[in-house]
Design a protein around this ligand. Structure first.
Ligand SMILES: NC(=O)c1ccc[n+]([C@@H]2O[C@H](COP(=O)([O-])OP(=O)(O)OC[C@H]3O[C@@H](n4cnc5c(N)ncnc54)[C@H](OP(=O)(O)O)[C@@H]3O)[C@@H](O)[C@H]2O)c1
Length: 295
């Protein structure tokens, strides 16, 4: 099976390179090989070496910056996935496209299902929703996999790495407690995608949710990060973590207050339940603490 991986240098993309290599021959492209902002280049570049499966882990992920540069966010997150879907349809490939909990407004108090009504609060979520619609319109053989609160040892910064850095610099931190979601380890997303591919057949295409199981506030997630990191001997200076409200920590983009995603549809297909977020956090921290990034 020939698999084309886009976004191979991102935190999910780097893990996908490992998990997809176990099930097929992977061509891995980053921005340098294919800039998704160059929309006209996408189709010809893919059709020059048509794959069996395209996995798109590339995205404009700067949630707050997107409020200042909506056009770029829409090009990469909204329009480029449509071009990928057209190319997939033209060569008979399956497209697996990663999306986000930020397509929801966070007003529910029970887990969002793949068919729950969408209503993004900011440019990033709106652009990702536009990408979902473009994929659905152009390629029947697609999977849209929504995930949430992603962290990993590889790739650029994320909440866990930020907490570790601040926890080793400061003695007090304030973290919001009124946003609840499912922290999800990038490796688990990549493993789920590699597991899913062999199941894909008529009747299984469509939208799925995948996150680690459980739900937690950013505040309680931070506490867990510090507890697990301390148990691994990570050098923390932190003494106190104070819970604050979202209003006390204003950011340019609004976030959903509750963005727990129900993964039952995918669980039923794969016949398994995702690992609990705290189990995966522990594994990520073991990896990170044992081999912190150089430089
Ligand atoms: N991070 C989260 O909390 C979160 C939550 C829910 C869903 N998601 C979704 O999960 C997926 C993977 O996210 P991630 O956390 O792995 O993001 P990430 O670490 O920011 O990686 C995104 C990758 O996309 C690449 N990219 C950006 N603009 C590009 C362009 N114009 N052309 C080609 N490549 C481009 C980036 O390349 P450079 O390295 O060159 O910038 C980067 O390698 C995305 O679809 C995201 O929307 C993420």
């Amino acid at each position: 099976m020939k698999i084309l991986l886009l976004g191979c240098q991102g935190q999910v993309g780097q893990e996908l390179l490992t998990t997809l290599s176990a099930i097929g021959t992977v061509t891995a492209w980053g921005r340098h090989e294919l800039d998704l902002a160059q929309l006209d280049a996408i189709g010809p570049k893919i059709l020059a070496q048509p794959p069996d499966v395209i996995v798109n882990a590339a995205a404009y992920t700067a949630v707050d910056k997107a409020e200042q540069e909506p056009q770029l966010a829409y090009t990469i997150n909204g329009e480029a996935p449509g071009k990928l879907a057209q190319a997939a349809a033209a060569c008979g490939a399956i497209l697996i496209h990663i999306s986000t909990d930020y397509v929801f407004d966070g007003q529910q108090n029970q887990p969002y299902q793949p068919d729950s009504p969408t209503n993004p609060l900011g440019v990033y979520g709106q652009s990702k929703l536009a990408g979902e619609l473009a994929v659905q319109a152009a390629c029947d053989r697609h999977v849209i996999l929504r995930t949430a609160w992603v962290y990993g040892a590889k790739g650029q910064g994320n909440f866990v790495k930020t907490m570790l850095r601040l926890g080793a610099e400061r003695d007090t931190l304030k973290v919001v407690y009124d946003q609840v979601g499912c922290p999800t380890w990038s490796y688990d997303i990549a493993a789920a995608i590699a597991q899913l591919i062999p199941y894909l057949a008529p009747g299984t295409f469509g939208t799925y949710h995948f996150t680690n199981s459980g739900a937690v506030s950013w505040y309680d997630f931070a506490i867990a990060i510090f507890e697990e990191a301390a148990a691994l001997g990570y050098p923390l200076t932190l003494k106190t973590v104070l819970p604050i409200t979202t209003d006390q920590y204003p950011l340019p983009a609004k976030r959903p207050a509750y963005s727990v995603l129900g993964s039952e549809k995918l669980d039923a297909l794969l016949n398994q339940t995702p690992p609990h977020w705290r189990v995966s956090l522990r594994k990520m921290l073991q990896e990170f603490v044992s081999s912190p990034p150089q430089g």
